[in-house]
Design a protein around this ligand. Structure first.
Ligand code: GLU
Length: 394
């Protein structure tokens, strides 16, 4: 009998991408939908990066690169890690992939056996959970709430680590909560990890630059945990290049090698022109994209202000990424325009259908009572979106 694999039967569609598909379909029908669902900057990539890509076409970069990425790019990644994160890697410890999403799937495929456990603090990015399931491993969720700014404590971590835990994965700045772990908070977590050197820490730093708090710290920069840490980053969010699909890891050599092995059998590596552009992006000083970060910060403030006017939306103050993740449980049970809202999915669908504002329900991020709103859109768009939301809910 023809059927999909048992492995796949257990996993859900990516809700971030499913909402994008719905939004696209409605827009194609001529509806004026505002997309606050996807994590995608509305800026154009910087022109000096685009120029590098055009030059790469003219120079004939049309062929396979090494599976892990061109040497020049891996050297640029090493420079970036040293400049921004005080992380010493050499090019053989770097694997460049088709977005950091592929980096994560390489890692999970390389490291997980069925039944292994992966600790994921919740709320989490949708695909961590599903990719763990895809590998027939078991997610172990550490729950957090607004009261702790959605951050885990060392005690929670210690309690979650059991002998069959193989990986701990988290994002800071966090998608979807916008929380950023301080250097001190990370240091406290490292004290737990050093007691468990077999647990591999995957530090997802894709929103590193989109950080309005103190200077950014990478957990791998603490020498005690360097050998058990994989640092994950990419150019999608920082340089507004989501479609170019460049993500990368810096990892202990044995992990880099095994990711290269997986990638060699699955994709042969990522796009050669995009790799040339990424070299220029990573070599450029972060100051050059400071205008985008400042715009995100202003939008964050605007959204927080506008949200105060909507009863029942309660949020932390996000200090990074470009999401806000209000708890909306207070409105559950209420009826608006004849539609009863019983959960976050109902609200997300209601806002899409009635206000034509696309968001993502928190359930796929491990938080049933929350709604994810991306503010990677212009202030004008955000104002219009909140005007519509307010009109529906007041
Ligand atoms: N990471 C972005 C988001 O959360 C892009 C979509 C995805 O890959 O999930 O919206």
């Amino acid at each position: 009998m023809q059927s999909i694999s048992r492995r796949l039967q257990k996993i859900n569609y990516s809700q971030t991408l499913a909402m994008s598909a719905k939004t696209r379909a409605l827009k194609a029908k001529g509806l004026d939908v505002i997309s606050l669902n996807i994590g995608e900057p509305d800026f154009s990539p910087p022109s000096y990066i685009l120029e590098a890509a055009k030059k790469a076409v003219d120079q004939g970069h049309h062929y396979y690169t090494p599976v892990s990425g061109s040497l020049e790019l891996r050297e640029a990644v090493c420079e970036k890690f040293l400049r921004d994160n005080l992380l010493h890697y050499n090019p053989s410890q770097i694997v460049v992939s088709a977005g950091s999403k592929q980096s994560i799937s390489n890692l999970f495929l390389s490291l997980l056996n069925p039944g292994d456990k992966v600790i994921i603090p919740s709320p989490f990015w949708v695909s961590y959970y599903e990719m763990v399931n895809l590998c027939e491993a078991l997610p172990v969720i550490i729950h957090t709430s607004i009261s702790t700014d959605f951050k885990i404590t060392p005690e929670q971590l210690e309690e979650a680590i059991t002998p069959d835990v193989k990986i701990f994965i988290f994002s800071s700045p966090c998608n979807p909560t916008g929380s950023v772990y301080s250097s001190e908070e990370l240091k406290c977590l490292t004290k737990v990890f050093v007691k468990h050197p077999d647990v591999i820490i995957i530090s997802d730093e894709i929103y590193e630059y989109i950080n309005y708090s103190e200077k950014y710290t990478s957990i791998g920069s603490f020498p005690d945990v360097y050998e058990q840490t994989v640092t994950l980053n990419g150019i999608s969010k920082t340089f507004a290049m989501t479609g170019w699909r460049i993500g990368f890891i810096g990892a202990p050599l044995w992990i880099a090698k095994t990711c290269e092995k997986v990638q060699g059998q699955t994709s042969s590596g990522t796009n050669s022109i995009a790799q040339q552009a990424a070299i220029i992006a990573l070599k450029s000083h972060p100051n050059r994209i400071a205008y985008m970060i400042e715009a995100f910060r202003k939008r964050r403030d605007l959204v927080l202000d506008m949200m105060k006017e909507i009863p029942g939306f309660k949020s932390n103050e996000p200090v990074g990424s470009f999401y806000i993740f209000p708890n909306i449980a207070e409105i559950f049970g209420n009826t608006f325009l004849g539609v009863k809202i019983s959960n976050a999915y109902d609200l997300s669908m209601f806002l899409l259908e009635k206000a034509q504002v696309a968001t993502v329900a928190g359930s796929s991020f491990g938080a049933e009572s929350n709604l994810r709103i991306s503010y990677a859109s212009s202030e004008e768009t955000l104002k219009e979106a909140f005007k519509r939301i307010k009109r529906m809910l007041l």
